[in-house]
Design a protein around this ligand. Structure first.
Ligand SMILES: Cc1cc2nc3c(=O)[nH]c(=O)nc-3n(C[C@H](O)[C@H](O)[C@H](O)COP(=O)(O)OP(=O)(O)OC[C@H]3O[C@@H](n4cnc5c(N)ncnc54)[C@H](O)[C@@H]3O)c2cc1C
Length: 431
């Protein structure tokens, strides 16, 4: 058992302890009444956290800070890119998704002082908190790769499902396919949703086949990682799908430069130690990503390992600042956990621990690190990928239900079920 007296000073929680109790003396209320929960970001993690907190403790005071007027169901972006869903189906005004009892501030957080337990907004206004939930996500940083920012701006044959404004380029290409190399690239960097590159490559393959233009195109995937997918049970199946779609995969190729004048990617080949260049008729990039700017130099950010992201212990709590409970992609952990599925499985245990903490109860380690996504093998079929932090599939019986292989029910779930459930239930913390 550990007790903590002030932010920033605590006894460490031994790994083997599955629960711990925290001294309530460390919890003065910012206004002497209900604890004030401040959420940074109204993305999936921020909204789910706010809804779940208010469901579990309806008297809570919750404030959400978010600059964007609209919220997007990001998992559906690959479908939108190939014209299977319209952008209006995957976008909602942020305010319409905020819990009735919560306050939404249309603003950005620029600084957090975890010792004084206050945040500063872009206009200089300050807000104090009893509980802080940083959920400001992870964002493309095109400057990390030489030539990429210019290429994304100027080259209409280059796109990314991570950049909604380039989706029109993919649809235009599908309307008038050109022959040549269609090159999909994911560098060795931080990113979200490890499956997105396979989804968009398979969907494009399928559409080109339907248009009977596939034989003029060579689809190639270049990954900065040493393996296609880190979970052996799914790796072979994904490899099988890509192979049967005629998609070539090259691992250990780290993107170092984009030469858009020549429409060429340059890779460091970690197998040979040399560089190699490939020209593209169509290029698709998973950009390197970084946390929100307020975390640069902030005491909450990890100083090593996943630098700049917010660390959390096995209960979901910041190891140095017990009032801070990060959620979503902003947590300091590998890209494979930066998924909506991880947010879904993590949020309820996380908020339960926040409430236990506020009530001076034992914390519990209930989140098993579950993450995953649905990967289409083409239009009409998708496989379900769901695994935990030991890289073992969750719910192994799904294999016997046929969901580990590309199947129609998972496709229907991806295309129709996910958007419907997302707006009505998932983002509202109901399921
Ligand atoms: C193309 C694509 C495909 C994907 N496919 C899948 C999939 O199939 N399955 C799956 O499970 N996941 C998938 N994901 C990942 C999933 O969408 C994310 O993991 C999830 O949205 C993370 O939620 P989040 O709240 O942490 O981040 P976000 O949803 O990105 O929200 C972060 C929010 O914080 C706000 N913010 C940033 N800075 C500040 C600031 N300074 N102050 C206040 N607010 C701030 C942002 O405006 C944003 O609204 C995909 C993502 C993409 C892009």
């Amino acid at each position: 058992m550990n007790s903590r007296n002030s932010e920033g000073s605590h006894a460490s929680v031994p790994e083997e302890n599955r629960s711990t109790k925290i001294s309530r003396t460390s919890l003065p209320r910012s206004n002497g009444g209900q604890p004030h929960v401040v959420v940074i970001g109204a993305g999936m993690a921020g909204l789910m956290s706010a809804h779940t907190a208010l469901r579990r403790a309806p008297d809570s005071r919750v404030t959400i800070v978010e600059p964007r007027p609209d919220h997007m169901l990001q998992a559906a972006l690959p479908l939108c890119a190939v014209g299977q869903l319209s952008e209006t189906k995957i976008t909602r005004p942020t305010q319409s998704l905020v819990p009735r009892k919560a306050v939404l501030l249309r603003n950005s957080v620029v600084e957090v002082d975890p010792v004084r337990k206050s945040i500063m907004l872009a206009g200089g206004e300050k807000l104090s908190y009893d509980i802080l939930i940083p959920a400001s996500g992870i964002h493309p940083d095109y400057t990390q790769i030489d030539g990429l920012a210019d290429a994304m701006r100027e080259d209409n044959s280059l796109s990314s499902v991570y950049e909604p404004k380039t989706l029109g380029r993919i649809r235009a290409m599908l309307d008038r396919p050109v022959s040549g190399n269609y090159v999909f690239v994911r560098p060795n960097a931080m990113f979200k949703c490890a499956g997105a590159i396979f989804k968009i490559a398979n969907l494009i393959d399928s559409i080109l086949r339907a248009k009977k233009t596939r034989r003029d195109v060579h689809i190639k995937i270049y990954l900065g990682n040493s393996v296609l997918f880190p979970v052996p049970d799914y790796q072979a199946r994904l490899e099988g799908i890509l192979k049967s779609n005629g998609i070539e995969v090259f691992c250990n190729r780290d993107l170092i430069r984009v030469n858009h004048a020549r429409r060429a990617f340059v890779f460091a080949n970690r197998d040979t130690g040399g560089t190699e260049e490939i020209e593209y008729a169509m290029g698709h990039v998973v950009p390197p990503m970084k946390p929100s700017p307020w975390l640069e130099e902030n005491p909450l950010a990890a100083k090593e390992g996943f630098r700049g992201f917010v660390p959390a212990n096995q209960y979901g709590q910041h190891p140095q600042y017990p009032s801070v409970w990060p959620n979503g992609d902003t947590i300091a952990e590998p890209p494979i956990f930066k998924t909506g599925a991880a947010v879904h499985f993590r949020t309820r245990p996380l908020i339960d621990n926040v409430l236990r903490y506020l009530q001076d109860k034992e914390l519990r380690e209930e989140y098993r690190g579950t993450t995953g996504c649905m990967v289409p093998s083409g239009i009409g079929k998708a496989m379900l990928v769901l695994f935990d932090k030991t890289n073992k599939p969750r719910y192994p019986w799904l294999r016997w239900a046929g969901l580990w292989s590309a199947n129609k029910p998972t496709w229907l779930m991806f295309k129709y079920g996910l958007p419907a459930f997302y707006w009505r239930a998932i983002v509202r913390g109901i399921v």
